[in-house]
Design a protein around this ligand. Structure first.
Ligand SMILES: O=C1O[C@H](COP(=O)(O)O)[C@@H](O)[C@H](O)[C@H]1O
Length: 224
């Protein structure tokens, strides 16, 4: 069952979620000497990144990887990597190691093997923050996407290329086994329609509602 946290406003939620992530990263650093944080792109998580970037942690031992990336260069406003550099990987968090999910190659399929090699030493994810679209996609696991079934399968590789009508450009995404292996899972959503969507998703299969693949182990954070 998902654990649902409702906050009085977005500002409070962003602050509390950032504090929670910082505290969980601190626990991983104390226990293992290192930690991996995975975060979404899109329009929602910026304020969490703003707070996290100023937190006192041994960021030099923290690896940061996106949940997913759109296949565009960093000069494109839709680049999740550019968002990460602008809002998280500066200040104290500038010391963190960015694990890339993009390479300057024509499509994600051509880059996949190299990106997987770069990611593997940083798994499992210590703290996973996910976003969700109103269509119940998370990372770039979109309902109806070309590789969705393969990415939900227990034996899926850690990263897969993904194409879907709603996705716009081709994407690269963490797959369900990597998301499910994360030690802590948080979902950050805002607004009435995403609340209705996640309540609907809890009654559907991951094939119908990809966010459902982690809901049994997730803390969901919501504010209007
Ligand atoms: O395309 C994406 O969408 C989801 C949700 O984004 P939001 O703008 O509705 O917050 C995001 O979690 C994912 O990382 C991103 O690539």
């Amino acid at each position: 069952m998902m654990e649902f946290h409702e906050y009085p406003d977005r500002e409070m939620m962003m602050l509390r979620v950032a504090q929670r992530i910082a505290s969980e990263l601190g626990e991983s650093l104390r226990a293992h000497g290192r930690a991996t944080l995975s975060v979404p792109g899109g329009t929602t998580p910026g304020p969490v990144f703003d707070t996290l970037s100023g937190v006192d942690l041994d960021w030099s031992q923290v690896s940061v990887v996106l949940n997913d990336e759109r296949w565009v260069g960093e000069d494109n406003p839709r680049s999740n990597t550019a968002l990460l550099r602008a809002r998280l990987l500066h200040g104290k968090a500038a010391q963190a190691k960015l694990i890339p999910l993009y390479a300057d190659l024509p499509d994600p399929d051509a880059a996949l093997d190299g990106l997987i090699d770069g990611l593997l030493p940083h798994l499992p994810i210590s703290v996973l923050l996910l976003g969700m679209g109103e269509d119940m996609h998370t990372a770039s696991l979109f309902p109806g996407a070309d590789n969705l079934d393969a990415a939900l399968a227990p034996g899926a590789p850690p990263l897969m290329a993904m194409r879907a009508e709603a996705a716009g450009e081709p994407r690269i995404t963490l797959t369900a086994p990597v998301l499910r292996a994360a030690l802590r899972v948080h979902v950050l959503i805002t607004g009435a329609s995403k609340r209705a969507a996640i309540e609907r998703a809890a009654k559907l299969t991951p094939r119908e509602a990809p966010i459902a693949c982690v809901l049994d182990q997730a803390q969901v954070h919501w504010a209007e």
